[in-house]
Ligand binder design. Structure first.
Ligand code: PLP
Length: 373
């Protein structure tokens, strides 16, 4: 397939350079959006058509749009980083493209070709390049590709029309004051996903289902929720938007970095996959296996479990200090971020900033360095 041709319509009233600088000085997460967005339509029969970069703005939807009733929606999340030479790069965007197609398959939606996904990111970044923060830190431009069912009608079947879009939002460093641990609620009543369900698809519906348990966790002072498997309520699945890693240290000091294997309900995080590789590169023993809730609580209590962390694109790695549950709470190690957690976080973020070698070819240049005059 030849490179898709995008039509670009410039925003006639973009943010002023002063306004943009104000936003970039303190972007937070997901609060501000750039001047443009991508739209590509799909209809049964005609396929993907009319790829565009247009001014950022509201979508107009008929109240009977299928999305609003039956929830066919999927998304992705990845970050664009300014590199030291001024170019703009993303981390493993081909993996996001492949996962997006997989999510579409599970939700009976049209699959976006990988080259169109990648082109949509580079086209938007080229037009909104000024919104990508300066190199050197953990600031980035967060990209949110998503797709919705746009056919109008209440018949229950896959939509015959879709809209694919990409919006972009500047993101500050997740830990403004240094990497800090969070408390996590180990949920035993609600589950996130079941075998055969939609847990392996990145769909909005999974997030909707996680909001009630999330607020239960928040009532216990926890920032995130860890779920058990739906069948046995025994095995650790993952958190609402983060995969989980566990560091075990035996009496002889041997370290095992373990993460739940990708059985039927765990979302295959790209950060998870990358950390498995980076850890192996660093000579750490890694295993993908079943880990029970009891192994977590018991290991933390006995001291063989020395570190636990969550991982995902937004925060890369978030250490977990204390795990709380209906029966009490256990602090992991001394409750502070552990050495394996910090070593892995530094290794991966250095690669993303472009300050460490990239032996696996994970960084993709999306916008070349500006020509020097
Ligand atoms: C997106 C997501 C993750 C993290 O995936 P990354 O590719 O590492 O960002 C983990 N769990 C769920 C449920 C997710 O939706």
């Amino acid at each position: 397939m030849s490179a898709p041709q995008f039509t670009v319509t410039r925003n006639p009233a973009p943010a002023s350079p002063q306004r943009r600088a104000e936003v970039l000085a303190n972007p937070g997460f997901g609060r501000y959006f750039t001047d443009h967005m991508v739209t590509v339509g799909w209809t049964e029969g005609s396929g993907w058509q009319d790829p565009q970069v247009v001014p950022y703005g509201p979508l107009s939807l008929d109240p009977a749009t299928m999305l609003l009733h039956y929830g066919q929606e999927i998304f992705e999340g990845l970050k664009a980083y300014r590199q030291a030479d001024g170019s703009i790069a993303t981390f493993r965007p081909d993996a996001n493209a492949a996962r997006f197609a997989g999510s579409a398959r599970r939700m009976a939606m049209a699959e976006l070709p990988e080259d169109l996904f990648l082109a949509s990111l580079s086209e938007l970044l080229a037009v909104d390049s000024e919104w990508v923060p300066a190199a050197g830190g953990e600031d980035s431009l967060y990209l949110r590709p998503f797709m919705i069912a746009t056919e109008v009608g209440l018949g229950v079947r896959p939509s015959a029309e879709y809209l694919y879009s990409v919006i972009a939002s500047p993101a500050g460093p997740y830990f403004a004051d240094g990497v800090a641990p969070m408390d996590v609620w180990l949920e035993t009543e609600y589950t996130r996903a079941a075998m055969g369900g939609t847990g392996t698809a990145k769909c909005g519906g999974n997030y909707a289902a996680s909001l009630l348990p999330q607020s239960v966790g928040a009532q216990h002072g926890c920032a995130q929720v860890a779920y058990l498997d739906a069948e046995e309520r025994t095995w650790i699945d993952e958190m609402g938007a983060n995969n989980l890693f566990f560091v075990f240290r035996d009496a002889a000091g041997a370290v095992e970095l373990a993460t739940p294997d990708l059985r039927g309900s765990v979302l295959a995080g790209i950060t998870r996959d990358s950390l498995l590789t980076v850890a192996r590169d660093l000579g750490i023993t890694v295993t993908e296996r079943r880990i029970s809730g009891q192994e977590w609580l018991g290991g933390a209590a006995s001291g063989v479990l020395t570190e636990v962390f969550g991982c995902g694109t937004a925060a890369v790695i978030t250490p977990i200090g204390t795990v709380k549950h209906t029966g009490g709470e256990v602090t992991i190690g001394d409750g502070r971020p552990g050495p394996v957690t910090l070593q892995l976080r530094e290794a991966l973020t250095a690669m993303q900033r472009g300050s460490a070698p990239d032996p696996h070819g994970w960084m993709h240049t999306m916008v070349p360095a500006p020509a020097t005059v």
